[in-house]
Design a protein around this ligand. Sequence first.
Ligand SMILES: [Zn+2]
Length: 426
Amino acid sequence: MITTEQRQSILDAVDTAFDEQVAFTSRLIAEPSLRGCESAAQEIMYQAMVERGLKADRWTLDPESLATHPGAGAVVVDYSQTPAVVGSYSPRTTGGRSLILNGHVDVVPVGRQELWSRSPWEPAIIDGWLHGRGAGDMKAGLAANLFAFDAVRNAGLLPTASIYIQSVPEEESTGNGTLAALQRGYTADAVLISEPTEGKLVRSHVGVIWFSVRLTGRAAHAFEMAAGSNAVDAAYAVITDLRELESEWNERAKDHEHFSETEHPVNFNVGLIEGGDWASSVPDWCEFTMRVAVLPGTSVEDAWAEINDTVQRSGRENPAVAGMEPTVTKSGFFADGYVLEEGSDAENGLSAAHAQATGKELETLIVPGYIDSRVYGLYTGTPSMVFGPVAEKLHGSDERVSLDSLREVTKTMALFIADWCGVEEA
Ligand SMILES: [Zn+2]
């Protein structure tokens, strides 16, 4: 147990370094760590770990070893510029429980830049919000992992258990970054991921599958359209059939222990589509990529079988798809959902830290999106908590994170680190 005095010193230390924390977060936002381009932002993280005296480990994700894991996503991009970074803190004396602080460095594309009020890569503070692509999702959290850890030491205390600060890529597409950290041997007694969660603790999140469907038709001149077979029309037909599966899964969600109250928790998103070569030719190919959510309790394998059945049935029975023999391939996430079981010591510790830092009870949240907590949660049975700041417009334009909430979250995290890992006077 930490003393009231120590607790106050930790909270004060967060306040003292908060401007520096925001400046560091801004530096991270200014690096466009889009998929496959994470190296520069990871260099900042790596140096920050070295400066803190952590043992810094940096490696490039290896598609071959990832492929041996059932929870790995399909690798369809080059990983040569996709490093993961972990900073390890080793205690002087051991007593407490070890902890992984995890965050992802990758950000999603900005979309149409003209929808942004300012450059997504030029962070700015406006009315207490820090703006920029990745501000909320999740460079604020990534930096908070470091600064929460700092606060404990700046308060003159040393954690008495190992702490691993993970900065991973690939959270937005496969989950392979955190999976690679697990494969590299990093484990702990609890995991805390500082994704933007409105200052709440995630009770459950869905799994996600990415897949592509390719349809091949027969080209013909548009003036004799009936002589060809139109792969773009066929793609629409397959998408319509998949929408029926989506409705069925949402119907099932109405009885789900955690998702029954969530409005339309299962979303099938057609995120990409391309096809055809010429406006006056019947298109003889079309390919679309879809993201679907899988409720916890349904295995990703079973969900995958249903998706395949639906597409194959379209191929057999839907007249618009006749003769096309649609193929389905995995193209990213192949991840199960996760439920943080109630009543773990880790959750109790975080709740207590939250109450001490904010005076408020820690609420929980159900998330119809993917989070990396499933990695340690499912494959090592480690309680994996997701808790982070209030942010808006994630994956949209004018993304922003609330600095007041970031400060509160950092304080909660710092107190949790001290309580969970234990502390001794430096
Ligand atoms: Zn995220």
